[in-house]
Write a protein that binds this ligand. Structure first.
Ligand code: HEC
Length: 716
């Protein structure tokens, strides 16, 4: 989803932009650094074996000490609140680097590292797993599931992965191509592999971290931008035998309903939209939380597929269970309850954002709740025993709804479902995206990476499932949103901020403004600290009560993932895996540094030096490519449908983790055929457009790319 390009006009580029970027994308391997002095003793295989016998009892026992970080959100409740206070607001100024570890990846890194007794498991882009010895910072093993590069074009939001799960000596990774893989935690050897995809003719993917609950590995799938039907599946953690599957939206009505919840859901969709042809969406691609007492597993479901409700379900309806929190019985997968945060989604408002389970005193009474800040800009407190709304309040400016009524339904604004363009606030990137939030029971505050990325939406009356429509974003690589993006340049303002939110009183406690959207997830500790990585390449510690900045350190590239903290041999460490990318970061960048995916590990008194940081060197604005200006409008249309989602607007964006074609050597654009038709970067996820574009189309693309560069070049 790029920011500022209209579908049909060749001359006027909507440059109403976030001018964020500074350099071009050249990536070099920057090596590994370690602390000086005598090398610490390495972790032994016997220690690794003992360490990784994580089960439900171990996860629950860890609650008392937070010594380890055994599951992606730290605990079943996904609080990301650590009781460790060795590093605290008083001494965090002495925090220093202990080691860095090169993940050898140049796309986005979104994983929170898991650490048990000095053994770390973390994933890089393309779902590659790394096991690292925290005592030495050295690799124990790595595992590359070898996802076919052709999956690159199925990545709406980069070829990312948010981490692994651990259970009784096994490490589980969900590969981007939909395989759930169990590895031996000691050796990295593959033990079993399950294909989670129900239909390989559909562009299903996985980016989320699996969770193990009640002896089952649970994982949801993604792909709703392209046209899929969302579902979540559980497998026996030991054997990989399928345990249950729950679909998030109803399927083809000519076939029997899978369960009663699907029958109920189907009544909320208009069959005239033939939604099952595009899949309907609802993909639960990220958050999963578990309440072991209630034996309920909670998932957040995704957006409509297509985005446009007029195309999907012309007569409207709630379109259950899009944009919902759904509770399922952990042992059977049976539906327990749902709460729909965005009925009849029309704006890509997913509810897949990381949720947190908390026990709060609200109005004097103890309540078991879910805290949730989905894309739609409202902060929800939901009773997790029954799905009833406790309270809701917008945490950023929103323009699609005025609020929620007593029954828990949004009061939509009149402009929210227009025939013409809508400058949706929040835009489809969400007021909060996948970047995890944390909840500190001592301060009572949730630390939430909030943002706005302007993006205009307009229902596309010409949309047909699977049709390649020049000028319609991404349709050349399978996008099926039924929306025209930025038919008018959006007027809303971009921002990124760290928000401290009081969920009991539903109000902001403090905020820190960042230079751009797309900042990192948060970690909070009993040391009165909040840690967050930033889009401009820093790892920062704030006072959890006041938001005062207490410490920061450069990370050499944008830092998006959540950090983890843990204790090894009595000493507290903090680790964050950095690596710029994701939906926003493929084409845009906030830092002039763009290093490879790297794990940074810190402790008090750490004195290691970081790897050499890599400044991106952009070629000058493209010049000298011959073209016929009359072909620019057709070139624009082809560029929007085939290139813009990965490469951004030439010369306007300046490249994210994928280069911007307005800042490359002219011979690359002159010889575009070498790149577009089975080129050298197919192995890196660049699509092969053979039989999808004609050689004559490349003249048009050249006219648009060079023409745009010429039109924005300052006049002498
Ligand atoms: C799914 C994402 C995606 C799409 C869509 C895409 N590309 Fe790429 N492209 C890539 C990646 C990834 C690379 C390799 C980047 C790297 O590793 O440096 C690349 C590289 C390139 C390069 C080489 C750039 C250089 O600096 O050497 C050119 C030229 C290029 N693409 C042109 C295009 C054109 C033209 C289109 C549209 C017809 C297009 N690409 C569509 C992902 C994409």
């Amino acid at each position: 989803m790029t920011n500022r390009i209209g579908p049909s006009t060749g001359s006027t580029l909507a440059i109403a932009a976030i001018a964020l970027a500074f350099g071009g994308a050249t990536l070099v391997d920057s090596g590994t650094t370690r602390a000086q002095g005598a090398p610490p003793a390495a972790t032994t295989p016997a220690q690794i074996k003992a360490a990784t016998q994580i089960d439900a009892a171990a996860i629950q026992a860890n609650l008392a000490s937070s010594k380890d970080w055994p599951t992606v959100g730290l605990d079943y409740a996904e609080t990301r609140y650590s009781k460790l206070a060795g590093i605290n607001a008083g001494n965090v100024k002495d925090l220093g680097l202990v080691w860095t570890y090169n993940l050898e990846s140049k796309r986005g890194v979104e994983a929170t590292p898991l650490v048990v007794d000095g053994v770390m498991y973390v994933t890089a882009s393309w779902s590659v797993v790394h096991a690292i010895d925290v005592r030495t910072g050295k690799r124990l093993w790595s595992f590359d599931p070898k996802v076919p590069p052709s999956f690159g074009e199925k990545a709406c939001c980069d070829v990312v992965n948010r981490g692994v799960a651990l259970h009784k000596g096994k490490v589980y990774v969900a590969a981007f191509d939909g395989r759930l893989i169990a590895l031996d935690a000691v050796t990295g050897a593959k033990l079993w592999e399950k294909d989670t995809i129900i239909d390989h003719s559909r562009p299903y993917t996985i980016t989320g971290a699996p969770r193990v609950a009640s002896g089952k590995v649970i994982i949801g799938n993604g792909g709703a931008e392209y046209g899929v039907r969302g579902y979540v599946t559980a497998y026996d953690a030991e054997t990989g035998a399928p345990a249950w599957r729950w679909f998030c939206v109803p399927g083809d009505p000519s076939k029997p309903f899978e369960d009663e919840s699907m029958k109920k859901a189907a009544a909320t969709w208009d069959p005239a939209g033939e939604y099952w042809k595009a899949g309907g969406g609802g993909t639960p691609w990220d958050t999963i939380a578990f309440d072991p007492e209630l034996k309920l597993v909670y998932i957040g479901t995704g957006n409509g597929s297509p985005w446009s409700q007029k195309r999907r379900s012309p007569k409207g309806g709630d379109n259950l269970y899009l944009g919902s929190i759904v509770a399922l019985h952990v042992d059977t997968g049976a539906y327990a309850w749902h709460y729909q945060e965005t009925p009849g989604d029309n704006w890509d408002y997913t509810s897949t954002q990381p949720m947190i389970l908390a026990d709060l005193k609200i109005g004097g009474a103890p309540r078991k709740v879910i805290l949730h800040a989905p894309k739609n800009g409202f902060f929800f407190v939901i009773d997790r025993t029954n799905g009833k709304l406790v309270s809701v309040k917008n945490f950023v400016e929103v323009n699609w709804a005025e609020g929620f009524d007593k029954t828990g339904r949004p009061i939509e604004t009149p402009q929210a479902r227009p025939d013409g363009p809508f400058d949706a606030i929040p835009g489809p990137y969400g007021a909060h995206n996948w970047h995890p939030m944390s909840f500190n029971p001592t301060t009572g505050l949730v630390y939430l990476p909030a943002q706005n990325v302007p993006l205009g939406l307009m229902d596309d009356k010409e949309w047909k499932y699977g049709a390649v429509l020049p000028g319609r974003a991404g349709t050349g690589t399978g996008w099926n949103t039924g929306m025209i993006i930025n038919a008018q340049p959006p007027r809303s303002k971009p921002f990124g901020r760290l928000l401290a939110w009081d969920p009991v009183h539903q109000k902001e406690a403090w905020r820190v403004e960042h230079v751009s959207p797309w900042n990192g997830g948060t970690l909070t500790t009993a040391g009165n600290l909040v840690f967050q990585g930033t889009a401009d390449g820093r790892f920062v510690a704030f006072d959890a009560r006041t938001g005062k900045k207490l410490w920061e350190s450069p990370t050499g590239t944008g830092a998006m993932a959540g950090a983890a903290t843990y204790q090894v041999d009595g000493k507290q460490y903090i680790s964050i895996a950095v690596g710029w990318g994701g939906a926003y970061g493929m084409s845009q960048r906030t830092s002039e540094k763009i290093g490879p995916g790297t794990v940074f590990t810190y402790a008090l008194g750490g004195k290691a030096s970081p790897p050499p940081f890599v400044s991106v060197k952009l070629e000058g604005l493209l010049t000298g490519v011959k073209y016929d200006p009359k072909q620019a409008p057709e070139g624009l249309a082809l560029y929007v449908s085939h290139c813009v989602l990965c490469h951004g607007v030439p010369g306007v964006d300046r490249g994210g983790n994928i280069p911007n074609l307005g800042y490359v050597k002219p011979e690359i654009i002159t010889e575009l055929d070498k790149y577009v038709f089975n080129g050298p970067y197919v192995k890196d996820g660049m699509p092969d457009f053979t039989n999808r574009l004609k050689p004559a189309d490349l003249d048009k693309l050249r006219a648009f790319i060079q023409g745009t560069a010429d039109s924005i070049r300052p006049k002498k």
